[in-house]
Design a binder for this molecule. Sequence first.
Ligand code: COA
Length: 321
Amino acid sequence: MSLKIREFSATPEDIAAVVEIDNLCDPEHQYTAEQFRYDLENFDTKKYVLRYYLAEKDERVVGYACYHHMPHRFEPKRFWVWVGVHPAFQGQGIGSALYERILSDLRKLSARWLHTSARETWTKSREFLEKRGFQEVMRSWESWLDVRSFDFSRFQRYLEEAKAVGVTFATLAEESEKEAKWPEKIYDLHTAIMADVPSSSPYTPPPLDHFRRTLIENPDLLPDGFFIAKVGEEYVGESFVFRVPAEPGHLTQGLTGVRREHRGKGIAMALKLHVIRYAQEKGYTLIKTWNATNNIPMLAINEKLGFVRQPAWIEYQKTLG
Ligand SMILES: CC(C)(COP(=O)(O)OP(=O)(O)OC[C@H]1O[C@@H](n2cnc3c(N)ncnc32)[C@H](O)[C@@H]1OP(=O)(O)O)[C@@H](O)C(=O)NCCC(=O)NCCS
């Protein structure tokens, strides 16, 4: 039977099909239908484009493709693209057909830059992208820390140093109880730090309400595992984690960052130590993090803490003529 490419609709069946393919293509990062629905419903489609297509064979979904603007790196002509084919149906032209489908849309939208990623170990995916003119623009190391055996005694000095320069630590859960302006303060901190995270295209701060919906109100964000470094009442640094519903025991590291004028005082190290202690106390086993290979300070911190490098992620870009 021939291949049919059709539009995605946000039904439980279509969502389950996309999530199943994602999880089969990337078994080390498991995703749930609830997470997919949350991300979909909180993507601002009034401002940004987002579109999914499904590939069907004998009425079974065997692949999907999507393209969307990047709210954190917004440029009307810049899109993130993704094609995923069920492993049992790979090598049959399905990915190519899906890619052609989205490319035709993207040309109509006057897209100029397409971005995507593949793991360095995903040989077939990399060949697929490179054959289609995608070029590597940056790499990130994924690193894992087993928190069960973490030895805090080796790092005590960072907590003492931070204290000596007047830095205190609070969680988002605590701040949201006692600081009326916490949303604006955390937004201001986060957007200032994000501008300094290495990226292949410039950071664009999303509006405050988008920040609230996608980060602060994200059901997987852990407010008592969200640490804020303060000098007086000023927020100067943050480090936070998300639970991973489909991977009990695992946490995903969100942004760790310190305002420029407060760097080099051990604050980032102290923030990460708070996160690791939280993970241990709550019975988590593993923290997964991602760092650009040119993010020297962050890599130095994670190496000192004992994070173990996994295969890198390669970000690709294609420029359309
Ligand atoms: C990465 C960042 C959080 C570091 O914050 P910081 O508070 O200055 O870091 P600390 O003072 O805690 O540094 C701790 C250790 O990291 C190392 N380090 C920090 N900055 C470094 C640099 N520029 N080069 C090399 N090593 C560095 C130091 O070796 C230090 O350890 P030591 O005192 O034992 O020698 C900060 O540079 C930042 O906010 N960057 C932008 C946000 C970002 O990229 N976050 C990560 C996204 S994945």
